[in-house]
Design a protein around this ligand. Sequence first.
Ligand code: GLU
Length: 292
Amino acid sequence: MSLPALPQHIVTRFAPSPTGRLHIGHGWSALMAHDLARGAGGIFRLRIEDIDGARSREEHVAGIVEDLTWLGIGWAGAVVRQSERLGHYADALDRLKAMGLVYPCFCTRADIAGSASAPHGPEGPVYPGTCRALTKGERAARTAQEPHAWRIDMARAVAQAGALTWQDADRGTIIADPLAAGDVVLARKDAPTSYHLAATLDDAAMGINFVLRGSDLIAATDIHRLLQALLDLPTPIYRHHGLLVDAQGKRLAKRSGGIQLAQLRADGMDPERLRDDLRQGRFPVGISVQSS
Ligand code: GLU
């Protein structure tokens, strides 16, 4: 296996969603990305993924800044906020519309969950394609009146892009399989984008050439690689780290108490000590890296 050469000048980022306080898994992830960039004279940036208007909270944005600062993690440049970049996402979606690669979807979550034919993909149930079959006339009439998301016509997009690979810093060349995820949403009913479109566009706009994130996003990387090909964007190198789990093997969540950075701070933890521990892969009792 040949591993990709890392960029000479690494530009990486940490991209939390402000839906809760950061836990030590976030601190660990951010610290790894930060160290990787800083160790090589590169750049570490911070992006707030706040497109989910219902779940994102200003107090959590402030909490992220506070927690990272407490942990001694600094970032270059201004904090990028996805909520301030909606026009860019809408432009990219327009390009995909003009290419005939997206279609409006009127289904509710319940419609999709209730569809017996929905197979499971890496990201949950694969959309059964109900709205892909609508005629041009039906689409036009319904988009004018009904709330709708925009989904990628994955088979068509993959046919257009051809075979794609991406580089994993630890595993070498990976063959992208975006078809497995099906017709994922590129723009939600309540936002002119989705995580996939926004993160792909932002990584390109921020000059990110190395993405370090959790292994729960490996399948997402296949989708992002496809979007890069369709939108003529550069492809970063990726590394996916294991996720932290508790003694029961359950993934740490923003809601779980006790392991939040803010809690450790309130308990009097010395941030320098915590930083050292995280760098050595030493976690609080009961917490470990999930073996994948
Ligand atoms: N916002 C995502 C999360 O909090 C991370 C996305 C990414 O690193 O690409 O899980």
